[in-house]
Design a binder for this molecule. Structure first.
Ligand code: SAM
Length: 285
């Protein structure tokens, strides 16, 4: 049995694993190691190879606080304050949605089609998409837009953390842009219907911002507005790439075509769900 006050990482991890398991965390041992690694600013491997070292009482107290937050249901990324996205490690907290692995695929699809000029990430949240485009593309300029002041503050912190150059603007959809000035728009907009949000698992609903998730009664409000608004802001031959709800992929294509976009196509995410919509503005030829 682990002792009352752990003297080594092995004892600390054993006690935390029991606590997380009792709280219903799915992979308690892995998360216990991850939380200690992030607290120390090191890797899980380094934690596991130093299990017989001694631990300082202050570290035990700080670690137990993090374990208590995770046991209370707070998402792991908010507890550690860190989230991985493509090549980046970003700060994560309740001001913005936790970046999801599905969204990484949207970035890859846009980069395959467009890697230069001016691109706008609408609803930038933590800045994960905009910063990845700045890291991996060769854009003249990457602009991240969000209507949430809190999300933009987090995105600014992440820009400083990564040292990447993105312009971050508070605004509604593409209203900050003049007509036909963008080469591409990319967005992971809110896309849940109110009723879907109401029945979401509490691990998401109780922690992540509702404004990042809900989009009207049909889940399509932001997508509908953005498709029309972005058509005005993107130049002829430019692109739009959206993350969509797999249940509404067909309807998203219909909305895109109705707004004037062409060659709208749906692509699957890494779990095989219809998740991305890419479309192009006619180049006028
Ligand atoms: C699903 S989150 C995506 C965050 C981030 N891009 C990601 O993929 O993790 C949607 C974001 O859109 C923002 N948003 C919602 N409506 C908006 C609007 N009308 N104009 C600008 N941003 C909006 C929310 O504040 C939120 O940060």
């Amino acid at each position: 049995m682990p002792s009352e006050f752990p003297a080594t990482p092995r004892e600390l991890l054993a006690r935390a694993t029991i606590r997380l398991r009792q709280a219903g965390v799915q992979d308690p041992r892995r998360e216990a190691v991850r939380i200690l690694a992030d607290l120390r600013g090191t890797s899980p491997g380094a934690v596991l190879s130093g299990q017989e070292q001694s631990v300082e009482p202050a570290e035990v107290v700080a670690y137990d606080r993090l374990i208590a937050r995770r046991a209370a249901g707070e998402p792991l990324a908010y507890v550690t304050g860190l989230a991985g996205f493509r090549q980046l490690t970003l700060h994560a907290d309740r001001r913005a949605l936790i970046p999801r692995p599905e969204t990484e695929g949207l970035v890859a699809l846009l980069l395959e089609r467009c890697s230069g000029g001016v691109v706008a990430d609408i609803g930038t949240g933590s800045g994960c998409i905009a910063l990845s485009l700045a890291e991996e593309g060769r854009f003249q300029s990457v602009v991240g837009v969000d209507q949430s002041a809190g999300a933009l503050a987090l995105a600014r912190e992440n820009a400083a953390l990564t040292g990447l150059r993105v312009d971050l603007v508070r605004g509604d959809l593409t209203s900050a842009f003049a007509g036909e000035c963008l080469d591409a728009v990319i967005s992971n907009p809110p896309y849940l219907a109110q009723a879907e949000y109401d029945s979401l698992d509490s691990s998401v609903r109780d922690w992540e911002p509702a404004s990042a998730l809900v989009s009207g009664d049909d889940g399509l409000r932001a997508t509908r507005l953005l498709l029309a608004d972005a058509f005005r802001a993107v130049r002829a031959g430019g692109w739009i790439g959206l993350e969509v709800d797999s249940n509404r992929a067909g309807e998203s294509v219909r909305l895109a075509l109705a707004s004037g976009w062409e060659a709208a196509e749906i692509l699957d995410d890494l779990y095989g769900r219809e998740r991305y919509m890419l479309a192009r503005r006619s180049n006028g030829l």
